[in-house]
Ligand binder design. Sequence first.
Ligand code: CO
Length: 213
Amino acid sequence: MNFETIFKNNESWVEEKLKLNPQYFENLSKGQHPEFLYIGCSDSRVTAEDLMGVNPGEVFIHRNIANQVIPTDNNINAVIQYAVEHLKVKHIIICGHYECGGVKAALHPSDLGQLNSWLQTLRDVRRLHKTELDNIKDEQQLFDRMVELNVREQCMNIIKIDHVQRSWYKTGFPKIHGWIFDVKTGKLKDSGLDLEKEFMEIREIYDLKPLNK
Ligand code: CO
């Protein structure tokens, strides 16, 4: 892949879209009404729109290393607030993936400079689930399980957010989903987490509108 190819590809893409519908881009420019907010890893192999088979305008997307939701990250906070309050998305998806370099780095302690603070949340995931993870002797299984537990913990981080909770109380949305993409097979799976149930279990700690108020 060279630099020029990208612009040529773009021209062909525009042509294809216009062949299907001459007003394609005119319609696209009128606004966006996505029902989904997808938060995934920046990994070049995990191409959000491609793997979901969605079109422009259908999914609002945020990607960072190891699909993390860190409460002091202004970037993701702005994305979530905009998606929930203005776009009124019905679903928020955290999509992790097997063979995630960020997760792997967090499993092997070393000094990685600027990345240290970013990976700290992942190391916290390992600490939170230490008992379960310490019992896994197979390195690959441990890696895979860490990917799954990271998705769970990042989903939990979403339900702690004030914009999300306010929206729940008003509309019952957004629903939160944890997904895993398998780079080895190309398959996407829903991890089947019940975030409403999880929220009820930690409500006394994280609910910003306690029941007795
Ligand atoms: Co990754």
